[in-house]
Design a protein around this ligand. Structure first.
Ligand code: AMP
Length: 305
């Protein structure tokens, strides 16, 4: 079946016009940096199934890249992105350049991620989460969407967006979508294109460590951490930045007595590529791996103590 390609908006005026032409105000947004893969497509499919209209944003946000990060080499695959958006029946693709999003240059006023933005990814990528939240806030305003879909793949990003929406009273519902993986377990990521064939083999230790860790969930936190770490030490070519089992809303290490939902997360450099992966885990009796956190955890906004 031939599908109609989405309307493409590059400017604010074009986006406004495209929004006006939508037949209802039930609009969901999926924000991306392009180089779309099936993980992104899954977010769009969920949004498509649950709302009248879907806007996809494709924007490489300079504000969330550090000076030594991969902004200049980040894959740009606009034609293929459009094919995926057409296939997924996206209504509007908003693909602005930085001067459209930041017409006055770097914004002096930004959203601050606070203490939750300084641990884990925030420790390795100073300023990343302030830049991410600032653009997410802008794209929520510009898209006018009342529901936004984000991947569990970027667990800390998802948590911070939930906190921003809650703490700053954004009239927006945030929906978490489970991580989409390759058949061998590797979490899909636009950055996987950087991996050589041998890097890719090495990279499998991340998802394997999460699985083996989660399999030890009934035995408690130290068993989970130990099991996951044993997988990673077997792979010296993966330079581990962190492997943590933390509380899902405070991101603090869970103590040995803890039973309940926790986030098992890992970051490692493989070749020239920094990879992250995670899984929600239920720690304790009947425990094990979960796709996403329960609604109770997701609506909890306990601050970092
Ligand atoms: P990105 O283009 O990497 O900024 O990602 C855009 C959105 O897609 C974010 O909400 C990500 O969490 C989500 N995403 C990226 N990779 C995956 C994946 N493998 N599975 C599910 N969602 C993903």
């Amino acid at each position: 079946m031939t599908r109609t390609a989405p309307v493409v908006a590059h400017t604010r005026a074009e986006l406004l016009q495209a929004r006006k032409e939508l037949s209802s105000r039930d609009v969901a947004v999926v924000m991306t940096m392009g180089a779309l893969h099936d993980g992104h497509a899954q977010l769009v499919r969920r949004a498509r199934a649950e709302h009248d209209h879907v806007i996809v944003t494709i924007f490489l946000n300079p504000l969330q890249f550090g000076p030594k990060e991969d902004l200049s080499r980040y894959p740009r695959t606009f034609d293929e992105d459009m094919r995926i958006c057409t296939e997924a029946e996206v209504d509007v693709v908003f693909a602005p350049t930085p001067d459209v999003v930041y017409p006055d240059g770097d914004p002096g006023v930004r959203i601050s991620a606070g203490p939750l933005g300084m641990v884990l990814e925030g420790q390795s990528r100073p300023g990343h989460f302030d830049g991410m939240l600032t653009v997410v806030a802008k794209l929520l305003h510009l898209s006018g969407a009342r529901t936004a879909y984000f991947g569990q793949k970027d667990a800390q990003q998802l948590l911070l967006i939930r906190r921003m929406v809650k703490d700053l009273d954004f009239p927006v519902e945030v929906v978490a979508v489970p991580t989409v993986r390759e058949p061998d377990g590797l979490a899909m990521s636009s950055r996987n294109t950087y991996l050589t064939q041998s890097d890719r083999e090495v990279a499998l230790c991340l998802s394997r460590a999460l699985q083996v860790g989660a399999d030890a969930a009934v035995f408690g936190p130290s068993a989970i951490r130990r099991a996951a770490r044993e997988v990673l030490v077997e792979e010296p070519l993966a330079l581990v930045d962190y492997l943590v089992l933390v509380h899902p809303t405070t991101l603090q290490d869970v103590p040995e007595w803890y039973r309940g939902e926790a986030l098992l997360a890992v970051a490692a450099r493989v070749g020239t590529t920094r990879l992250i992966d995670n899984t929600p885990v239920l720690v304790g009796p009947g425990g094990g791996r979960r796709d996403v956190f329960s609604p109770a955890v997701m609506s909890d906004s306990a601050p970092l103590a």
